[in-house]
Design a protein around this ligand. Structure first.
Ligand SMILES: [Zn+2]
Length: 77
């Protein structure tokens, strides 16, 4: 699929040619355009890193909760 672009007809009319689903559905607009694939892959790479970080944080949090629970249980006994 090519990027969104404009073409000029023989009559000199500017016609928008959508290159992505966002612009195909909503029309021309930066907010909907997902054509800049390099930027998109950068974002998905960052998303992956963030997900990994989130997973690690969740694990740490889980361990912390377990430790706290153990301590609380010990105190009760
Ligand atoms: Zn687009």
């Amino acid at each position: 699929m090519s990027r969104c672009h404009y073409i000029y007809t023989e009559d000199g009319l500017k016609v928008f040619v959508p290159g992505c689903m966002g612009c195909a559905v909503h029309g021309p607009g930066k907010a909907y355009c997902t054509c800049r694939s390099s930027r998109k892959s950068d974002e998905s790479k960052r998303n992956k890193e963030l997900k990994k970080q989130l997973n690690e944080t969740e694990k740490e949090l889980d361990q912390a909760y377990r430790t706290i629970r153990k301590l609380v249980n010990k105190k009760r006994i």
